[in-house]
Design a protein around this ligand. Structure first.
Ligand code: HEC
Ligand code: HEC
Length: 343
């Protein structure tokens, strides 16, 4: 374990401070190293600004699953980002917040460490700013921040966890968003059948292999492996919904050239995150692929659609999805840290 001089000194001074006050409390979070899967690009997240610690990740997980974050204690992050749906919303095109439906479909949260911009229009430029958006949105969590801070600061269990992660100061909104980031950063999906095939540990069945070849010709320019997105904003001939009136990236940039451009979503675990598209208008992979065909964007035969679907199913990462470190109940009961240390 590597302890920097700075954190060592912090440990000492906090210990001294607390002992002076008659307590023997020491603040010494356990560093956790983020390891990129082999062959992947370097993550975009700056871990120096928010170093992962076992305590920070555990706190972030508790907050992620806790409806205390919403105004009426009914909605947690996981209400819309359900672990069983690869942290997207299962079966619903739009998700239910405290007052209303959201106007977009909740995306999966795997591999956020590699993203620089968030939301379908890219309007959040960091994971910490992103977390404030659902809290501030009246449709989503409508959080009363002073009230939330008061509740957390008077909760003995939260007080203990925040102190372990960030030291014995008053709990702040900044600490909340940092902890939420730490948990989300551990959500790394890199062990699907596709990955196993690439590592030479498994082989595709014939339809999967043919689908992979079609995918390489027609899809990788946008859904670029290994993340299955180039994280650009693209117009894929999606028509504007007359009720939602969503102009995509133009809504944020104000630039008409960005009209109806949406962030290219990753296709990892895509079989589980239906419905699809920024507003969940496509109920199945078949619907998405038929859209590419009928809009004239990408010519696809029935045969190719079948093979592509077989390939897309190989992106499901069951072992990661069932990792208890990511799931709500009983996690960390054995002090297990998330298994994100693929090498
Ligand atoms: C009421 C449903 C709802 C709740 C609650 C919610 N989200 Fe989301 N989340 C969404 C939707 C919908 C989007 C896409 C919004 C957009 O593109 O404008 C989203 C987007 C995101 C993204 C961006 C992902 C990407 O690929 O760009 C992250 C990260 C995220 N949410 C994390 C969280 C966290 C952390 C919380 C709790 C503090 C949370 N969400 C609460 C529905 C929700
Ligand atoms: C020009 C870039 C581009 C190309 C090429 C492309 N896509 Fe997409 N894809 C997108 C964008 C952008 C979206 C999001 C649309 C939206 O938000 O409404 C998307 C969405 C999807 C979705 C829905 C995912 C989700 O979580 O909502 C699937 C599935 C998909 N594409 C599969 C494919 C396949 C298979 C191919 C090749 C036949 C392909 N795409 C080619 C840009 C592209």
């Amino acid at each position: 374990m590597k302890i920097s001089v700075a954190s060592f000194l912090t440990t000492i001074s906090f210990a001294a401070l607390c002992m002076g006050a008659g307590s023997i409390f020491t603040y010494k979070p356990t560093p956790v190293k983020f390891l990129s899967p082999k062959g992947w690009p370097a993550p975009a997240y700056n871990f120096n600004e928010n170093p992962l610690t076992k305590e920070g990740i555990a706190l972030g997980k508790k907050l992620f699953y806790d409806p205390v974050l919403s105004s009426d204690n009914s909605v947690s992050c996981a209400t819309c980002h359900e672990p069983s749906a690869a942290f997207a919303t299962y079966d619903h095109p739009l998700s239910h917040g405290v007052n209303n439906l959201t106007t977009r479909n909740a995306p999966s949260l795997f591999n956020v460490a590699w993203q620089k911009e968030f939301m379908y229009d890219g309007r959040a430029n960091s994971l910490e700013t992103q977390a404030l958006l659902p809290m501030h949105s009246s449709d989503e969590m409508d959080t009363n921040i002073p009230d939330l801070l008061k509740q957390l600061n008077t909760s003995p269990s939260y007080k203990k966890m925040f102190t372990a992660a960030f030291g014995p100061s008053k709990i702040t909104l900044d600490q909340i968003t940092r902890a939420l980031s730490q948990f989300q950063l551990t959500l790394v999906s890199a062990n699907s059948k596709y990955d196993q095939v690439m590592r030479g540990e498994a082989s595709f069945m014939l339809p999967e292999k043919l689908g992979y070849e079609i995918f390489e010709k027609k899809c990788v320019s946008c859904h670029t492996p290994p993340l299955f997105s180039n994280y650009n904003y693209e117009n894929t001939a999606i028509t504007r919904d007359p009720h939602l009136k969503d102009n995509g990236r133009a809504r944020f940039t104000g630039n008409s050239a960005d009209s109806l451009k949406f962030k290219v979503p990753s296709l990892r675990n895509v079989a589980l995150s239906f419905p699809y598209g920024h507003d969940g208008r496509f109920y199945s992979l078949l619907d998405v692929l038929m859209h590419y065909r009928t809009s004239g964007q990408i010519p696809l035969s029935n045969f190719e659609i079948g093979q592509l679907t077989a390939f897309l199913n190989t992106l499901t990462d069951s072992s990661t999805l069932s990792n208890p470190a990511f799931l709500p109940a009983q996690a960390f009961i054995n002090n297990k840290t998330p298994n994100h240390t693929h090498q």
